[in-house]
Design a protein around this ligand. Sequence first.
Ligand code: PXP
Length: 251
Amino acid sequence: MYVTGKQRLGVNIDHVATVRNARGSAWPDPLRAAILAEASGADGITAHLREDRRHIRDADMEALRAGIGIPLNFECAATDEMQAILLRLKPHAACLVPEKREERTTEGGLDVAGDEKRLAGFIAPLRAAGIRVSMFIGHQAAQIEASARIGAAVVELHTGHYSDLDAEGRAEEAAAELDALRRGAALAASLGLEVHAGHGLTYENVAPIAAIPEVRELNIGHFLIGEAIFRGLGPAIEEMRRRMDDARDPG
Ligand code: PXP
């Protein structure tokens, strides 16, 4: 069971597979990274099986499903192919994201409001199979309300825009985006949704997001895998954990 009040850290290991695939070899192994992340305080592992399999592959998902002791958050697009894989593997959670082949990373949130009927039908068998369904969305009320209506258990709020504004030194706009994320988190929680957040989070920008009381989980990948080059994956995760805990309880 999860400890009440503790914010969970989900570690996204996609880019371990990116490095592996750069050489077409068997290493570094994403499962080994996931097991090390678990030993270093990660509360869950997130992996994104993209349509083009550019990093995580089907066999990685199978290995993660069988090989880790913490929840697996299976990130994917809402396609028939992915639905079939989800129903076969039955991970703890499925995080549905928009996907474009030409993008470098998940650029925006899912348009739940604009695709409500199809997504309601898409998630129904996943819910029936006991998979916690999470919608990766922006902070707009329409998207949050639509996610609640279709019966999603979780919304993950996209922090990429906040992260970009902060990195560009656009402090006022970053503050406004942060306020919008705070309002979105409060609205989602008031509708009974569990609130997660992620994308673009680093040691420098994580504190204000971690401090949002309704946010129960952060999913962080690219920065941690990069930082692991310098200090090792375990210490990189432990430092993020410390920063999250400090942000929630500065005293
Ligand atoms: N959450 C979701 C839904 C994502 O798509 C990603 C990126 O794969 C992340 C979290 C992690 O983002 P980052 O790799 O920038 O930390």
